[in-house]
Structure formats: C-alpha cells, structure tokens
Design a protein around this ligand. Structure first.
Ligand code: PMP
Ligand code: GLU
Length: 394
C-alpha cells in the first residue's frame, strides 16, 4: 500500500529535543554510557505533598471527564497564582487548563492564526514554536539575536520585523534555550513598539518564571497596555518537576480562552483529572516548597559556566534563568576533529554524542545555527563528567 502521509506531517520537523533524547536512550540500550544533557527536564522527584494529593484524588474517585477547560477549583488556584506571583487578574473565564503548556501553545496558534498570518519569533526560540505556528498555517518570522545582546530582541528589531501581516509575537522569558531573562525596562521597550500596532497579540511563555537567579520575574501582561493582547502561558512541568503529568494553562483575553476551550472540546475533552487535582495542591503551596530546586539549579549554572568557560572555543552568555546554557561554538566550524569535519552546530552535537557520549541539542532547532544547547538539569556528578568528556574531545 502506498504511503498517504499528509503534507502537513511530511512538512513538519520532528522535535529535536525529543529526537535527541530518544537517540540517547537507544544508544544507552545498546550499552553505551551516554550522559543525556539534551532534554529540559528537572531531575528531581516531585514533592510528597503533591503525590499525596494525587493519591487522594484517586481514592475520592476523580475519574470522570472534567470540565473541558479544567476543574473550577483548579482554575481558582491558577487565578490565585497569577495574582500572587505575577500581579495579574485573570477571572475563571480567562483560564484554560490543557495537556501541557505545549498544548496550550498549540491551542492559541489554532485559535488566533489564519493562513498567512505572521508570527514574530525572536531567535533563539523554543524548538516547537515554529512548527506549531506552521501547523496552524501561520508563517514564523525569525528575528535573529546574538550573544552580544544576551540573545534578546531589541525594540528596533521588533519594529523592523513588523509587516501588515503580523498577527503575533511569541517569546519565553526566562528563555529556553538561552536562559536570558527580559527585564521590566526591556519589556516596556517592546511594549512601546507594540502599542503602535493594536492588532498584534503576544504569547508570553513563562514556564521557567521561578527558575530565575536574577530575581524578579516580570510578566509582559502586567505592562501598561499589554493585558488585553497577551496570552500568558505557564505550567507545572518545570517549577514542580511534573513533566509527565502534562498540565499547562493560559491566562488570556476571554475570546481566546473560549476559542481554546472550543478546540479542546473536539480534540482532548480536557486534561487528566488526577493530575489536575494534584496541581491544585502544587499551586496553592507556598513557593518556599520548591526553593530547594531553584537553589540547586543556581549552583549548577555556576558550575557549568565555570567548567565550560575553561574550554577554548566555547563562547557563553550568563543565563539568568531556566536550566540551559547555549554556547556559541561556531569557532569550530571548518575544523577537523578526530577525522570529522565540523561544518555546523548539528555536526558538533553529533560529534559530541559519538566521541564524548554526551547528548546535547543543535542550536539550529532553536533558530540559531552557531550554538548548541546543554541542559544542566542533571546531577553535579554527571555534569562534571560530561564536561570533562567534552573538553577531552575538543
Ligand atoms: N515552553 C517552553 C519554553 C518549554 O521549555 C517547554 C518544555 N517542554 C514547554 C513550553 C512545554 O511544557 P509542557 O511540558 O508543559 O508541555
Ligand atoms: N521543554 C523541554 C526541552 O526543551 C522538553 C522537551 C520538549 O517538550 O520538547 O527540552
């Protein structure tokens, strides 16, 4: 039988982060001692009080379909969290709970974009943004940034990227993959430009908000004039180490929230009931309960910067948040290492996998061809060993 795979899927790239993680798993199963620094996934166990809430939900028979947009109790907790952590007032009719922030992003793209609508993506951007936009028949417009501006887009760059077809701008702060954090002043600068273009909406992906070593996360929705045109995306995968529980959510203008609920009603019927109950416990808890993870990431960030800083040819910014470093390794391009010529970041990542047994991700997947992404969501022992191996082969 011939293959009738749709053009939609044929034209889509495989998630590079998930592909590299799968490759590392495969090599491990063949007996290779691979250190996986490709996946952005906290390596902590989730706090016990969250596990207890999930067990209780099972015992209390939370086993039916939930409201499509999430339990009202959970939406109350999310509304409380937005107020407590971000100073944002989102009513329950503005909140939609989904199967991970990834689905939240997909919903928003499908609800807001028409074919040909342009979405500005300051690059580097999180790996899935461009494929999600394309799936919704939008056109990603990448705005390249470099290590010289700490991988942040300036207001002038934003202004220059806007066309009559621009419908949205998507970004993450703290940023995956660069770890960069936009300050209030920097966000105000972007907002100034956007104010002149009232039909452009913003997706502010704040999933790393708590993993911020500079302190003081700022939500762009809180900046004057931005609330009615911003979708604030968040979730529990990173701050609570709950990646597999698959809960994400948005706070948004009501029409966008309604659209997402309509879409979700035809696609998933809503997020998992037990996970939703557990997330109520997570979001209602004081932030002090997760501080140990943030402190640990901070220590590892410093360690990784010190160790990578000793390697010639690695150019680094100082990431203020998330758990990634994004070194510029373009100085290796054109060089031959152990018989392998390195012409791209992908060649370099593959070289590290083959010769150092360390899995990283090429920056090309994040819209920056000069860098690789290294996740430091791994133990200190693994990080030391991985970087020693990298040093030995470059
Ligand atoms: N946004 C960013 C910037 C991420 O790094 C991730 C990590 N997967 C997501 C969204 C999606 O998270 P979730 O696990 O909630 O789908
Ligand atoms: N956000 C993580 C990463 O960037 C998880 C992988 C994914 O969902 O693609 O590695």
């Amino acid at each position: 039988m011939s293959n009738h795979l749709s053009d939609r899927i044929k034209n889509m790239s495989t998630s590079a982060t998930l592909a590299m993680a799968a490759k590392a798993r495969e090599l491990r199963s063949e007996g290779k001692d691979i250190i996986g620094l490709s996946l952005g996934e906290p390596d902590f166990n989730i706090p016990d009080f969250i596990k207890e809430a999930a067990k209780q939900a099972i015992d209390e028979n939370y086993s039916s379909y939930t409201p499509v947009d999430g339990y009202a109790e959970l939406k109350k907790s999310i509304s409380g969290k937005f107020k407590r952590d971000n100073g944002l007032d989102y009513g329950l009719n503005q909140i939609v709970v989904s199967t991970g922030a990834k689905q939240s992003l997909f919903n928003v793209a499908m609800v807001v974009l028409n074919p040909g609508d342009e979405v500005i993506l300051p690059a580097p951007y999180w790996v899935s943004y461009s494929d999600i936009v394309k799936l919704a028949e939008g056109v990603p417009v990448e705005v390249p940034t470099g290590i010289d501006t700490d991988f942040k887009m300036t207001p002038q760059q934003l202004e220059a990227a806007i066309t009559p077809n621009t419908r949205m701008m998507w970004f993450s702060s703290p940023c995956n993959p660069s770890g960069s954090v936009y300050s209030k002043e920097e966000l105000e600068g972007l907002a100034e430009v956007l104010k002149k273009h009232p039909d452009i909406y913003v997706v502010s992906d704040e999933i790393y908000e708590h993993i911020n070593f500079a302190g003081g996360h700022v939500s762009i929705a809180g900046i004057e004039g931005m609330y009615d045109r911003t979708v604030t995306v968040n979730g529990v995968s990173k701050a609570f180490a709950m990646t597999g529980w698959r809960i994400g959510y948005i706070g948004a203008p009501e029409w966008i929230a309604k659209g997402c609920t309509k879409l979700q009603g035809q696609v998933t019927s809503g997020a998992n009931s037990i996970a939703q109950r557990a997330v109520i416990a997570a979001l209602d808890a004081p932030l002090s309960k997760i501080q140990f993870m943030i402190d640990e990431f901070h220590k590892r960030r410093d360690l990784v910067l010190d160790l990578l800083g000793e390697i010639d040819g690695f150019k680094l910014n100082v990431p203020e948040g998330a758990f990634y470093v994004f070194p510029d390794i373009s100085s290796f391009f054109g060089k031959t290492l152990k018989g392998t010529t390195i012409n791209s970041a992908e060649d370099f990542a593959l070289y590290l996998l083959e010769h150092a047994n360390v899995a990283t991700v090429t920056g090309e997947a994040f819209g920056n061809p000069n860098c690789i992404r290294i996740s430091y969501a791994a133990s200190e022992k693994e990080l030391r060993e991985a970087i020693a191996r990298i040093k030995a082969v470059v």
